[in-house]
Design a protein around this ligand. Structure first.
Ligand code: NDP
Ligand code: A1CAB
Length: 278
């Protein structure tokens, strides 16, 4: 049987990873999750068939969960993650691979809160892992060997593309693929609002925007797909799309996206610094 996989914290991101992992064939019997609220624990247990513990109900839930675990995924918010590391430190197996999904929390900060020599991997996943189309970037800590890194890859391999990157690129990755699903959803929201502005019924507006962004995403997911070529295929010379793209260019949509991504990466750097002061 596969060694136990533990999620300490299982909200939006944790559940997306969990869903992708189970869909890829991992047995729910090998998974234990912890959350704070009992109602959330019950929800996860009944939805996925995993063992779920609530730390508000059982004070030692996190420490209890990591005993005997081969992989421990830290799925909590950056604030509180170091406290969580210290809470479970003495219960971790020395060979357990600790994978943080937290934006902005450095390997140095994580390693400082865990036992010396603990293998730690910093990751930046995204929620499309839930549907098998995620992207995850991994950066290995100082005690990670090839077996530990392979174990981290194995967590995500069945539900998306896994990349190995230097840690100093993590904030940039976070600003593109970590936050990126929100940018795509925001575009869908803006398209629906534009449709309503034309006088279309709200439910029709939602369908048009949702199906269009989803359909375009599926086309982009085809092997060898190229966003520029796909865009050009819609843009007839002297046609209608051309006018919309020209308007987006005049309003500098690429510049707007760049400034937004820079703001996201800047916030990550700020969070790292704030955590360092605690
Ligand atoms: N959301 C995203 O798209 C992405 C998020 N991330 C990272 O993922 C991490 C989690 O974010 P997200 O999933 O959005 O946040 P959520 O608030 O949705 O999830 C946090 C989870 O942690 C649980 N939790 C908090 N404290 C404890 C504790 N002490 N012990 C056990 N469980 C605890 C919460 O339980 P309860 O529900 O009971 O309160 C909840 O299940 C963040 O660090 C973020 O940077 C990274 C990439 C993308
Ligand atoms: O917004 C956040 O902080 C997290 C990290 C990347 C996506 N969501």
């Amino acid at each position: 049987m596969m060694k136990k996989i533990v999620f300490l914290g299982c909200g939006s991101m944790g559940e997306a990873i969990l869903s992708g992992m189970l869909a890829a064939g991992v047995s729910p019997q090998s998974v234990v999750v912890t959350v704070r609220r009992p109602e959330r624990a019950n929800e996860l247990a009944s939805r996925h068939g995993v063992t779920a513990l609530a730390s508000n109900e059982e004070a030692g839930a996190n420490a209890q969960a990591v005993v005997g675990a081969g992989v421990v995924i830290l799925g909590v918010k950056p604030v509180g993650i170091m406290e969580l590391c210290r809470e479970v430190a003495s219960s971790l197996e020395s060979e357990a691979v600790v994978i943080s999904v937290a934006a902005a929390v450095s390997l140095e900060q994580l390693e400082g809160a865990l036992p010396a020599g603990q293998p730690v991997v910093r990751s930046m996943p995204n929620t499309p892992l839930k549907v098998g189309r995620g992207v995850v970037a991994l950066s290995a800590g100082s005690s990670v060997d090839e077996h530990h890194l392979a174990a981290a890859h194995e967590v995500f391999d069945g539900s998306g593309v896994v990349l190995d990157i230097p840690e100093d690129q993590q904030n940039a990755v976070s600003a593109i693929s970590g936050s990126g699903p929100a940018y795509a959803f925001y575009l869908a929201e803006a398209m629906a609002a534009a449709a309503e502005n034309f006088g279309l019924a709200p439910e029709i507006a939602q369908i048009l925007a949702r199906e269009t962004v989803a359909g375009a995403g599926i086309m982009l997911a085809e092997p060898g797909a190229n966003a520029t070529l796909l865009r050009r295929a819609v843009t007839s010379p002297n046609g209608t799309t051309e006018q919309a793209i020209a308007s987006f260019d005049r309003d500098n949509l690429p510049g707007i996206v760049l400034t937004g991504a820079q703001a996201a990466a800047g916030r990550a750097a700020q969070i790292t610094e704030e955590l360092g002061r605690n």
